[in-house]
Design a protein around this ligand. Structure first.
Ligand code: SAM
Ligand code: ZN
Length: 269
């Protein structure tokens, strides 16, 4: 991590600004060390990734994270199996995020629960000639997933500020991002309301929040094919979490993507 990364972050315990502990000003990459908030709360930097998890996670969430840690190295291959089964090309579908990107000017984007980083690789595929205007951040609670995305971004030469944190208390400044993306994950979060409140909090006024997860469209769930999909994997019977969209949200829109097997909820702050 480097000092510009810190501008986006805040202490997850008290919300104050952070700086590098014991440090000469650093424009270079810091691999290990500590960051400290204005009140003195200390947070480690491990393998260049600041770790800002607070409070500790519930047993339910910990179980999921153990599973994600376990599957991190094979995650992309596992997800690839969706392609044939659901009749989709997920990497191509991820490129549809480009419709939400302003056509010019600087843009701050975070992928919350970034996993292995595929959304930003898709973004790079679309915008590689103008990637300099993007300030990209990614956060996840699984250190193994973060490690996979870090390697991928390094190989692609794509600069992404990665942070270890939890979706229930995002360690980011309020009203910082133009676009907040979250794909996969929310269906199994133990506190969906809190996660959406936090995504909204870190979004700038007028910014967009895009939430995508497994969940068949009403039409698809009536079809024989849809019934078979839900039987094989119950995650696909999930519905968009409309009851948890924060009151402050505007222009809420639900569509179905990936051959109508995933819901996409987009709203504005
Ligand atoms: C199904 S994967 C999706 C990964 C990626 N967004 C994608 O589209 O491929 C869900 C991700 O959510 C992360 N996750 C689960 N619980 C979390 C939490 N409480 N805070 C942050 N990330 C979490 C997991 O570690 C995992 O990387
Ligand atoms: Zn603090």
């Amino acid at each position: 991590m480097n000092e510009p990364h810190l501008v986006a972050l805040r202490c997850p315990k008290c919300g104050k600004r952070l700086s590098l502990a014991n440090s000469f000003s650093a424009t270079r990459e810091i691999e290990t060390g500590e960051i400290v908030c204005e009140k003195g709360h200390m947070w480690p930097i491990i393998d260049s990734i600041p770790s800002l998890v607070y409070p500790s996670i519930t047993n339910d969430d910990a179980k999921w994270i153990a599973e994600y840690d376990e599957m991190a190295d094979n995650y992309d291959d596992l997800v690839k199996q969706y392609d044939e089964w659901l009749g989709i090309d997920m990497m191509k579908e991820r490129e549809n995020i480009s419709q939400f990107i302003p056509i010019e000017g600087p843009v701050r984007i975070i992928d919350v629960s970034i996993g292995t980083g595929s959304n930003f690789i898709a973004l790079y595929n679309q915008f590689r000639n103008e990637i300099g205007r993007f300030n990209l951040h990614g956060m996840d609670l699984s250190t193994k997933m973060l490690r996979v995305s870090k390697t991928k971004f390094f190989e692609t030469k794509l600069s992404v500020n990665l942070t270890h944190g939890s979706v229930y208390n995002l360690p980011y400044q309020t009203s910082f991002f133009d676009i907040v993306i979250h794909s996969g994950g929310i269906n199994t979060f133990s506190d969906i309301q809190k996660s959406l409140n936090e995504m909204l909090r870190i979004t700038k006024s007028g910014g967009l929040i895009i939430v995508i997860d497994e969940g068949l469209s009403p039409k698809k769930r009536m079809s024989e094919e849809g019934k078979a999909i839900m039987k094989a994997n119950t995650l696909f019977s999930a519905t968009p979490p409309l009851q948890n969209i924060p009151d402050q949200a505007r222009d809420v829109e639900v569509t179905y993507v990936m051959n109508e097997t995933f819901y996409q909820v987009v709203f504005r702050k």
